[in-house]
Design a protein around this ligand. Structure first.
Ligand SMILES: [Cu+2]
Length: 161
């Protein structure tokens, strides 16, 4: 039933499809010489189930998709995953201690306040360019961009580059 309705909607409005995105991408600043960094944010699903299958970043030799799993010894450890499922209309929160995008082999330190371009590849949505805002090294949530209070939809967002 649901599939039939979705299919009809797609056929009648093929250009109005919404695709999976990473919203509010952010990263933690890294110490000079640090080998790794991580990117977080909220994966938001589009009209259809999707999967984040790859990520790339110019400042890292390798970018992996990671999750945290509890080992047999009870300790949480990062594990690479082949893909992150992004259900249609759903959200997946990437945050410290959970799913994240791992930057390995950093070519330089990430500085608080900088904007870090990333290329994400979704199985369905294809390649998507996102910019992660770098927060403090100890940040546990996305930094608020100057002049853009979270939740303020009107104005604000694009004047500060
Ligand atoms: Cu990791």
């Amino acid at each position: 039933m649901k599939t039939a309705i979705l299919l009809a909607a797609c056929l009648s409005a093929p250009l109005a499809a919404s695709e999976a995105v990473l919203e509010g991408a952010w990263a933690r600043a890294t110490a000079p010489g640090a080998q790794a960094g991580a990117v977080f944010g909220t994966l938001r699903g589009g009209d259809g189930d999707d999967r984040l299958v790859r990520a790339a970043c110019a400042v890292a030799d390798v970018v992996e998709l990671h999750t945290h799993l509890r080992g047999e010894d009870g300790v949480m450890r990062m594990r690479p995953v082949e893909a992150m499922a992004v259900p249609a209309g759903g959200t997946v929160l990437l945050k410290p201690g959970a799913e994240h995008i791992m930057l390995i082999g950093l070519k330089r330190a990430l500085a608080a306040g900088e904007r870090l371009p990333l290329q994400l590849t979704f199985a369905r949505a294809g390649q998507v360019e996102v910019v992660a805002l770098v927060g403090e090294a100890t940040a546990s949530a996305a930094p608020a961009p100057a002049g853009a209070a979270s939740g303020a939809a009107a104005g604000g967002c694009c004047g500060h580059r």
